[in-house]
Ligand binder design. Structure first.
Ligand SMILES: CC(=O)N[C@@H]([C@@H](O)[C@H](O)[C@H](O)CO)[C@@H](O)CC(=O)C(=O)O
Length: 387
């Protein structure tokens, strides 16, 4: 496993330099019995279909060994993953225009990767086609800027989720993730694992993460039971995006991973400190919306904890809670979008219905909140008010 990981790292770096040289190409990496392979597809014209078919054939050949490799360890997904927002243009269409600028910004902020079309990306309000275009844009910009990419492909319709997973794999993402269907609920952990297994099978060489978010899905299945069921039936099962405040269950999930190979990536950064004791520093990863503008603050929470500076860690975590307390009345996604507009990363702060949009007065009030936060903590909040 160690050598497979080393090969993956080497392939990633080769992939990045290939992109720097030929930005119009997408390369899917993998290993077979420790030997590196790479399938390059052109993104223009008729080459796409042929190249995609080649890549699919190669993936099928390599499937068995590569699935084992995709089942990697927690270190592979350590670091800060920004749950990126989706920009909508003035006509209300999902836009990929500023994805590259957004990726460059996140890299400068110290993020290691992006989580695309999740909750913050308003995935469930997007069409399948829009989600595919966003996945493509992020895969290309991620490779260009050295960011890794996990794409959320969950949908109530399994066929759509499978299609999105297949597509995400074809553009070379580092992981796919799915939350549980929300309307017809899976009866138990086995049924949920079967749904996840079907989605994962559509991307057979790509690590799969279950997205546990009971407040949004209404699915009460214990995530630790899902971990056990998924380990038994999903060869690419790599862990979980954990958006829940239940820390007992979080511990149960870690316990269920006897080999210590899974990545449990928390989604609630206001309680970062609660998760850190479960992980060594080099295996701690998290996926959160506010990393788009507050990655350094949450990195410092973790650094203070691992550096055994408890009082400092608590003070920094309180600073993080202060941010959420101040912006919650406006909406988290709305707040982060406005900050990204003011930083010159995005052009539009609009959300798509049924998410609400702030009125001009509310935007003014939110900007006053940003200015107030920046005055009190310029080091972390200065970036909220633009350069
Ligand atoms: C519900 C929600 O928006 N959750 C955010 C959090 O970062 C959240 O904004 C923050 O913890 C405030 O509670 C992320 O977990 C969302 C996320 O990762 C995603 O886009 O899927």
């Amino acid at each position: 496993m160690q050598s497979a990981r080393a090969v993956r790292r080497a392939m990633r770096s080769a992939h990045r330099s290939a992109h720097a040289r030929h930005p119009g190409h997408l390369t899917r990496r993998g290993t077979r019995s420790g030997a590196a392979f790479s399938v390059t597809t052109t993104t223009d014209g008729a080459g796409v279909a042929a190249a995609t078919a080649c890549a699919a054939a190669a993936a099928a050949l390599l499937l068995r060994d590569d699935a084992a490799d995709a089942h990697c360890d927690a270190q592979t997904f350590a670091g800060q993953w920004a749950a990126v927002v989706t920009e909508f243009d003035a006509s209300g269409a999902a836009s990929t225009k500023n994805v590259d600028r957004y990726a460059a910004h996140l890299r400068r902020e110290g993020c290691v990767g992006v989580f695309v079309c999740g909750t913050s990306g308003e995935s469930m309000s997007l069409s399948v086609g829009e989600r595919e275009r966003l996945a493509e844009a992020w895969a290309a910009s991620g490779a260009r800027h050295g960011l890794r990419v996990i794409v959320h492909v969950g949908c109530d319709a399994l066929l759509d989720a499978e299609r999105l997973a297949r597509h995400a794999a074809s553009v070379g993402v580092d992981g796919v993730s799915a939350m549980a269907p929300r309307f017809v609920k899976c009866e138990n952990a086995d049924a949920l694992a079967a749904y996840c297994a079907a989605v994962a099978r559509a991307a057979p060489a790509t690590p799969f993460f279950y997205y546990h978010f009971p407040l949004a899905t209404g699915v009460a299945t214990k995530p630790s039971q899902l971990v056990r069921a998924a380990l038994a039936r999903i060869p690419t099962f790599a862990g979980m995006k954990y958006s829940d405040a239940d820390m007992w269950e979080y511990g149960e999930c870690c316990d269920a991973d006897a080999a210590g190979r899974l990545a449990f990536l928390p989604g609630f950064e206001a309680q970062t400190l609660a998760h850190l004791p479960y992980h060594p520093q080099d295996a701690y990863g998290a996926i959160s919306l506010s990393f788009s503008v507050l990655a350094p603050l949450h990195r410092d929470v973790a650094d203070a904890f691992y550096g055994q500076r408890g009082a400092e860690a608590h003070a920094l975590q309180a600073t993080s809670r202060g941010f959420f307390r101040a912006v919650t009345p406006f909406g988290w996604t709305q707040a982060v979008k406005l900050a990204l507009v003011d930083r010159g990363v995005l052009d539009s702060p609009l959300c798509r219905a049924p998410s609400r949009n702030l009125s001009p007065d509310e935007r003014g009030a939110l900007r006053r909140v940003f200015r107030d936060l920046a005055k009190r903590e310029p080091r972390y909040f200065g970036g909220l008010v633009g350069d």
